[in-house]
Design a protein. Structure first.
Length: 222
């Protein structure tokens, strides 16, 4: 016995599969640096029109110790004002920014031009404050969450082995130690995902959900 497939049924099946595939790729597309706050390919100050080169370069980078194939000029600031607890409740002392935080501050402390990359260290035209004042944290970090500070030194925090899932549409599961403080210190990257891979929609590249204070309570076990 032959079974003849209805052309209309086949059409509906194809449409359903198309919608499913688009939905899958749409979710993945969101979790991407493209069109995120760090996609500078269309920025007026980026004459290259490229996205990655403002931070990274495959050749002639600053060296392994400075960051992953780092291509942007570092800030010359040597003495940031760092956070101190007014009540003496910190079990550790926030040091001068280091590691991933130093990379972030090469743009976000507002002292280095955004177009100062690829060896163009003398360029001083476009500072962060002129492009996005809200993203200019300045050199006074005393009113910001402490960074470059030991996580394990504060025994009131959740243990580094505590399970955590970062991201929204695209997720990654691990521990606080592996996902939020891989170097043992709290850095900008503990809360923010510069590549917008494991972030929450509608947030400033946050790795954890700010709703219900989940972002805070993941580490601060209250």
């Amino acid at each position: 016995m032959k079974i003849y497939k209805s052309s209309s049924l086949t059409s509906r099946i194809v449409k359903c599969l198309t919608v499913m595939v688009c939905a899958m790729f749409g979710a993945q597309a969101f979790a991407d640096i493209t069109l995120s706050a760090h996609d500078f390919s269309a920025a007026a100050w980026n004459s290259t029109g490229e996205m990655c080169v403002t931070c990274h370069t495959p050749h002639n980078a600053g060296g392994a110790a400075t960051g992953p194939l780092w291509n942007h000029t570092f800030s010359g600031e040597l003495a940031y004002s760092v956070y101190t607890s007014p009540n003496g409740t910190l079990d550790a002392v926030a040091g001068q920014p280091s590691g991933a935080s130093k990379l972030c501050l090469s743009c976000h402390d507002g002292t280095v031009a955004l177009e100062s990359f690829g060896g163009n260290g003398a360029v001083t035209t476009t500072l962060m404050g002129a492009v996005n004042p809200l993203a200019d944290v300045g050199t006074n970090l005393s009113d910001d969450h402490p960074i470059s500070i030991s996580y394990a030194a504060d025994t009131s925090l959740a243990g580094v082995g505590t399970a955590v899932t970062v991201g929204d549409l695209v997720t990654k599961t691990g521990t606080i130690g592996s996902e939020l403080v891989p170097g043992g210190t709290v850095e900008c990257s503990s809360c923010h995902d510069v590549h917008n891979t494991y972030t929450f929609a509608g947030t400033p590249l946050l790795r954890l959900d700010p709703a219900g204070s989940t972002l805070c309570l993941t580490c601060h076990a209250k």
